[in-house]
Design a protein around this ligand. Structure first.
Ligand code: NAD
Length: 484
């Protein structure tokens, strides 16, 4: 049994430090009991971290080396996480409430980002532009300098890696603000940076409250670029702060993503996708499959099958669920769980029918039953608003137009899906869905290599894939007049 240390510090300028705002208690969502205390950064700590990052950038240490050397250090960070995965996953399991096997997947996912972007470091190249015999003209890709990154609670390690890896691979120095609900396991990212030999100030990891450290970070003039992953309301205030300082900003926000299911869909594959799509991480996934829009001809069969699957899921403490299977952990906090449950009650009031679940579990910890609503109509709040919990809404359709209209009928546009044996139909619908990523016949198909990001209120910019590299560099053009 892992003994988790009682107090965790922030990592600023290569040094472990206390927080000017004191400490925050991190609890275990599966019991409600205290796990440890975490140092809380205040605005002065944020300034200190940004000064360190700026100094690191201005020394040129990250940009002077060959990109392959930078890439090796980034890859080594992933190696460190994998070498310590049993310890890190257990801490993550306790602080985030997720099953142990899901925590393992998260650390493996984080390591994969460091591997992928480490490998990409030496692939970014400029181009030469012909201007006739009197000139030589070319472009270079330069890092912005100081990248500020704000991380949500649902995948604290993996999402930090998602932004940190391409930022470092392209030569930026970073300040990462971890989520206050589950900040502990991010300390291992700082350890990984030390292990990899990154220079002081290249990676700063601090926890602080959004309204204090987060606001101080995004408003600071030393920041050259911002990556925010989180909710729409916070994203709007981050975008406003970025606009004030005229710095670019990537917004990876929430979703209310829908899968359209045709009568010729493979129902076994669909049920497996629903299991992952809405019950993975207790539904606390931005790209969760939170709506199923099902053709009339197959509606009853689909409802029976997904209800049977939801009933088979065992819900309880993540540490007692070490193995991949039909199980689910807790939600992150009592507040998130109660909010999700209140949304379920409102759905019932508006006429939706809970065919399974809909209530919190009567036991310690922040558990919500795997929940499926049938008889949902597009105007109901459960069909329009992000629950961020294990709650699926089933709607029905008879004509393609109707299905596309329902799928596109929210303010979000993160991902979408089509389940059908007819690839031509899938391609036509994929082109009409307003979302940054479309899954055909398998929810979450893709990987680190595939670009990800939102349309509409789900945000802008793309993380993952080659596309993400462009978030972290700016183009410089150099024109040389040749002497005659
Ligand atoms: P949140 O917006 O409450 O917080 C995200 C981060 O921002 C936290 O670190 C928080 O401390 C910080 N923050 C809060 N207020 C701030 C402010 N005013 N200024 C600066 N920083 C501030 O989000 P959350 O509840 O942690 O995460 C859930 C949300 O994140 C959901 O909406 C989910 O869909 C979204 N999300 C999106 C993606 C994606 O890639 N699109 C991935 C994961 C989660």
């Amino acid at each position: 049994m892992l003994k988790i240390k009682a107090y965790w510090q922030n990592y600023i300028d290569g040094t472990w430090t206390d927080g000017g705002a004191g400490r925050i208690v991190v609890d275990d969502p599966s019991t409600g009991e205290k796990v440890a205390e975490q140092a809380l950064a205040d605005a002065a700590d944020v300034d200190h971290a940004l000064d360190a990052a700026k100094r690191c950038h201005e020394t040129g240490v990250l940009t002077a080396m060959r990109p392959v050397e930078r890439g090796r250090m980034v890859r080594a960070m992933g190696d460190y996480l994998l070498a310590n995965i049993d310890v890190i996953a257990e801490v993550l399991c306790h602080e985030a409430g997720k099953p142990l096997w899901e925590a393992w997947l998260e650390i493996q996912g984080a390591a994969r980002y460091f591997e992928y972007y480490g490998n990409q470091a030496e692939t970014l190249e400029g181009r030469s532009i012909p201007l006739g015999a009197s000139y030589c003209d070319f472009t270079t890709c330069e890092p912005y300098g100081v990248s500020a990154q704000l991380i949500p609670f649902n995948y604290p390690v993996e999402l930090a890696a998602r932004s940190l890896a391409p930022a470092l691979a392209t030569g930026n120095a970073c300040v990462v603000k971890t989520p206050e609900l589950d900040p502990l396991s991010s300390a291992y990212i700082a350890e990984a940076a030390e292990y990899a030999g990154l220079p002081r100030g290249a990676v700063n990891i601090l926890c602080g409250l959004g309204r204090e450290a987060g606001v101080a970070l995004v408003g600071n003039r030393s920041v050259n670029q911002i990556v925010f992953t989180g909710s729409v309301p916070t994203g709007i205030s981050i975008a406003s702060a970025a606009a004030q300082n005229v710095v670019p900003c990537v917004l990876e926000l929430g979703g209310k993503s829908a899968a359209i299911v045709w009568a010729d869909a493979n129902v076994d594959a669909l049920v497996s996708s629903v299991r992952w799509g809405i019950f993975f991480n207790a539904g606390q996934v931005c790209s969760a499959m939170s709506r199923l829009i099902v053709h009339d001809d197959v509606h009853d069969e689909v409802v029976d099958r997904v209800v049977e699957m939801a009933r088979s899921i065992s819900v309880g403490p993540g540490i007692e669920r070490p193995d991949f299977g039909a199980n689910m952990g807790a939600m992150i906090s009592a507040a998130q769980r109660d909010h999700a449950e209140a949304m379920c009650r409102e759905a019932e009031r508006q006429g939706a029918r809970a065919v399974v679940g809909g209530r919190k579990l009567d036991q310690p910890g922040y558990f919500l039953e795997p929940t499926i609503f049938d008889h949902v109509t597009p105007e109901m709040s459960i069909a329009r608003e992000e629950v961020f919990g294990p709650v699926l809404s089933i709607l029905r359709f008879s004509q393609e137009e109707e299905a596309v209209r329902i799928a596109n009928g929210t303010t979000y546009g993160l991902v979408g899906g089509v389940f059908t044996a007819d690839v031509t139909r899938a391609m036509k619908i994929a082109a009409r869905l307003r979302a940054g990523q479309i899954f055909v016949n398998e929810w979450f198909a893709g990987g680190v290599e595939t670009p990800f990001g939102g349309y509409d209120k789900s945000g802008y910019g793309r993380e993952k894939g080659r596309e993400a590299l462009w978030n972290y560099v700016q183009t410089k053009n150099i024109a040389i007049a040749l002497q005659t």
